[in-house]
Ligand binder design. Structure first.
Ligand SMILES: [Cu+2]
Length: 490
């Protein structure tokens, strides 16, 4: 294997910094961009403070990202990681890209497929590749975030997905500890779609128009996307598929499948389309047992919802993100327009929506083999983040679990801001939040834990032994220590 593992690099005196980063999540809007202690205010405002969030009128239709589709059970492609100028929101800006694109290709697979990616790093820093939410081996050349792909190196990732891989929406992004947030925020994030969701849809809804709604934000400094000293409260421009306020067309009464995915590094969305409901058919790439409806969906960084949407009576409406407050020590994210939905054309009679949907695992019925406690904390300044009092160390195993068993974990958030709990390799079932039982609609891989909150989850360790991780998916927090090693033992 040509890539170095984290362990080897560290032992050799790696450039990976100790776990001290300014994560900036306590900063308040308006002040956060000026709080860097080592830079004078004048210099900050001219060189590192991002410009105000950009807005635009809707003048272009939403474009689906290009797709790379598996054939005969194999998706084979090349991904080049490169700093490049891209056209974004009507400007030419420097971004960190996959294949030179701010919105890279969607990788499209079927359960049971293999995937082979020749991954070339043309950056001047190490990076690697994570397939978020996918149930696949975390070892070797598969979804192994302990690998380091060095500048100039090409590494071939090889994944063998199980036949039981859940159909839905996933994504890919870098996962090198201390660099995850800045590389993802720089533009390195794309979607993965696993086909097969339509087999649960009624015949009348098979083959409906399907749209990827990839939510991705950037902070702009001059002619570049900000990739250093990221502040969560700083002004950020929200895009859909890399477009600023694109137009989404639907006919009155028409049913479409929208794949909502927050593939940004840090921020929250609370997505709504006033006057219209979202009918959730999958969460985090896991089809639900019962379709449920929501006026708005809070989507933490990393999470996805596949939803059915029915076109309202002829009119124009804004797909928006509503104001969202992530806590006293967190941030107040303002409202923003994401896209303009134009309901027009020949009305259609709205199709009957499905109610019961896919079979789901119910871990509430299982025998619990072990219990674990996972506590999220942070320092007062909001710059250092911990799990069970420790910052991430790739050389230490924090948790051990046995393959084939079910465990119950209590996630305690002992801080004054939301953290979003994420585990690699296996999905989990949310059993209760603050003592209140939760309905099981299906498993998830990313969930927001309220400030001072307490969440109980159950997780089944299926198929794959190996070393993997759990972490906060606010990547600034992960980079500043809020990650732990989980060893799944045979
Ligand atoms: Cu966090």
């Amino acid at each position: 294997m040509s890539a170095h593992t984290r362990g080897i690099r560290i032992a050799a005196g790696s450039v990976l910094a100790p776990l001290v980063l300014v994560a900036g999540c306590t900063a308040q809007p308006g002040t956060s961009a000026h709080s860097h202690p080592e830079t004078s205010p004048a210099a900050v405002s001219s060189t590192t403070s991002p410009s105000p969030a950009l807005t635009a009128r809707a003048t272009t239709d939403l474009r689906d990202p290009s797709q790379i589709v598996s054939a005969n059970g194999l998706l084979r492609t090349r991904i080049v990681v490169e700093r490049k100028k891209v056209r974004l929101a009507g400007r030419e800006v420097w971004a960190l890209t996959y294949n030179g694109l701010y919105m890279p290709p969607t990788l499209r697979l079927r359960p049971g497929d293999r995937m082979e990616i020749a991954f070339e790093n043309k950056l001047d820093k190490q990076t690697n590749l994570h397939v978020h939410g996918m149930h696949v081996s975390p070892a070797g050349r598969s979804d192994n975030v302990f690998l380091n792909i060095e500048p100039g190196e090409t590494f071939t990732y090889r994944y063998a997905f199980p036949k039981g891989l859940e159909p839905g929406t996933y994504w890919y992004h870098p996962h090198p500890h201390t660099l995850s947030a800045t590389q993802t925020a720089g533009g390195m994030a794309g979607l993965i779609v696993v086909d097969g969701l339509d087999r649960y849809l009624p015949a009348s809804l098979r083959g409906i128009t399907e749209r990827v709604i990839a939510l991705k934000d950037f902070q702009l400094v001059g002619d570049r996307i900000k990739t250093t000293d990221l502040k969560m409260g700083a002004p950020t421009t929200r895009t859909v598929n890399g477009q600023l306020n694109p137009r989404i067309r639907i006919r009155p009464g028409e049913t479409q499948l929208w794949r909502l995915a927050n593939i940004g590094a840090n921020i929250f969305y609370k997505v709504a389309l006033p006057g219209t409901k979202f009918h959730v058919v999958a969460q985090d790439g896991y089809p639900v047992n019962k379709v449920y409806s929501a006026d708005s969906l809070v989507i933490p960084a990393g999470a996805r919802y596949d939803v059915l949407v029915q076109g309202p009576a002829a009119r124009t409406a804004e797909l928006e993100t509503l104001p969202y407050n992530s806590g006293k020590a967190g941030n107040q994210f303002p409202r923003a327009t994401l896209a303009t939905v134009r309901s027009e054309g020949e009305p259609m009679r709205p199709a009957a929506l499905p109610t019961s949907f896919a079979p789901v695992d119910d871990l509430g019925k299982e025998t619990v083999a072990a219990r674990k406690s996972i506590v999220f904390t942070e320092n007062k300044a909001g710059t250092l983040f911990y799990i069970n009092g420790k910052q991430f160390d790739h050389n230490r195993v924090d948790f051990r679990s046995r393959l084939g068993t079910v465990e119950e974990w209590t996630i305690k958030n002992d801080s004054d801001e939301v953290h979003s709990f994420h585990v690699h390799t296996n999905d989990f079932q949310v059993m209760s939040v603050d003592g209140k039982p939760r309905t099981n609609y299906g498993l998830q891989d990313t969930v927001d834990v309220p400030p001072r909150g307490r969440m109980v989850v159950r997780i089944r360790f299926r198929d794959y032994p190996g070393k993997t991780v759990l972490h906060c998916h606010i990547l600034n927090h992960e980079d500043a220590g809020m990650m732990a090693v989980l060893q799944i033992e045979k």
